[in-house]
Design a protein around this ligand. Structure first.
Ligand code: ZN
Ligand code: ZN
Length: 126
């Protein structure tokens, strides 16, 4: 094997290494993006005796919505979901406060402070 060929093989190896590092880096990067895109949907039970806070993945959320429209009953409020704790159709989409982790429902009556935490008053809009 001549030195010229050895050199070429070495260069090929280095390039190969660089490509594989780049591919690994890229795949971890896109995985991160993917994970942030599949954020769970925060839910809160509106039953005053329950008030259970839970999360649904986007898939579960879509599934729950589908089940609801297929039960043959007229949908009174399509935005409510069944609470896994008290089994009532009182759960609604909610927000988890980024500051104190308090889970609260959007205040639909207030167009300015609709996303204000009911506990610490932090505005949670992105
Ligand atoms: Zn409940
Ligand atoms: Zn808060």
């Amino acid at each position: 094997m001549s030195d010229e060929i050895k050199k070429k093989i070495l260069i090929g190896l280095v390039i190969g290494c660089l490509i594989s590092v780049f591919v690994i880096f890229k795949s971890t990067l896109s995985k991160d993006i993917l994970e942030t895109n599949t954020d769970n949907i925060q839910m809160l039970c509106g039953n005053p005796k329950c008030g259970y806070a839970f999360e649904l993945s986007e898939k579960e959320y879509a599934q729950a919505g589908r089940n609801q429209s297929q039960n043959g009953m007229p949908i009174i409020n399509a935005s409510t979901f069944q609470c896994p704790k008290c089994k009532l159709q009182t759960a609604n989409t909610a927000i988890k406060c980024k500051k104190c982790s308090n889970v609260f429902m959007l205040n639909s009556h207030d167009s300015v402070d609709y996303d204000k935490c009911s506990k610490c008053g932090t505005k949670n809009s992105q």
